[in-house]
Design a binder for this molecule. Sequence first.
Ligand SMILES: *Cc1c(COP(=O)(O)O)cnc(C)c1O
Length: 385
Amino acid sequence: MFHKVRRLVAVYFGGSLKTFFPISQPSIGERELEYVTKAVRSGWVSSIGEYIEAFENSFADFCGAQFALAVSNGTAGLHLALASLGISANDEVIIPDLTFVATANAIAYTGARVVPVDIDRQTLCIDATAAEAAVTSKTRAILPVHLYGQAAAMDALRTIARQRKLFLVEDAAEAHGAEYKGTRVGAIGDCGVFSFYGNKVITTGEGGMITTNNRDLYNKAKLLRDHAMSPVKRYWHTQVGFNYRMTNLQAALGFAQMERIDEFLEKRRKIMAWYRNELESIPRLRLNYEEPGTRNVYWMICVEISGIGELTRDKLMSRLRDQGVDSRPYFYPISDLPMYARANTPVAHEVSRCGLNLPSYTDLSESDVRQICAVTKDVISQLGV
Ligand SMILES: *Cc1c(COP(=O)(O)O)cnc(C)c1O
């Protein structure tokens, strides 16, 4: 099976061959092959076909949302959601400073201004107080990100959004199945957006989904997804829409992954527990946090070593790589990127410098995690951090 092949990639290090642990890899089984083959054989290879609605329906059910709309990728989904809400130039949208660049880019595509604010030190998600302080007369929406699988403080955000008449758009690209007080993300704000990129909780290769309980928003997004073509008059368009459709091939893969998503989520909790067992006792080291009343899906194993700077963190990562363990640095604050406005966000900056992700994928075994952690402990003690 091809998903096992990469596991056999070995690195030659110190005179011995070692397994290389990638940061992430998809888990593709027989059912995925079966459905994708069926889709290819059916001839419905573009964005008409039985798997698209099947995937949308199963994803809506999974989230507890009324509607789900499959799109070509998560970034397109964010843009489509914002465009469908009517967000445009002269508007402002508030985001957490620590996130993947797609969150900010999707806002920039609409012409609206990106307003990054600081994060909460525990959840690493948007600080609701900071979000409230950043609201101006131009603010149209708050866009929290459920970072690394941990749900943001949705109660506080919902209150602010209601009081200030703002939209609440959840970037749930990293948090399929995460819960906030018993409700799944994607069904809490005005809408949620998910990604099915190859390293996400489930994958369609490239792909995304908008979830919502708002029928008008769903209809608007559905129209704009397909060039805003009139549903009753073919090739008649009254506004500039997009081609953000998902293909039947992608949906076939996604539909098969939905059959296994509960199993994936259960396994992710196990993997997190194995990592905790091995690494928790290291002084100054912090692993993923799970806010009481929420369910974290642990999209990435998060390691922060308090007090270390970017240079030491990067040295740690390169030594890990030398010993066969792939890792990723935390995101850079959006406000440090040249396209976006500077912001005073000390927490996001501090966290960004001292954080890294370790291999996080559902096919890891307990002995894999033990090996990865042995290397990690070794490297940490070598560097004396
Ligand atoms: C992956 C990701 C996206 C974008 O999803 P794509 O499908 O890669 O376009 C958006 N936001 C966050 C937080 C992500 O991690």
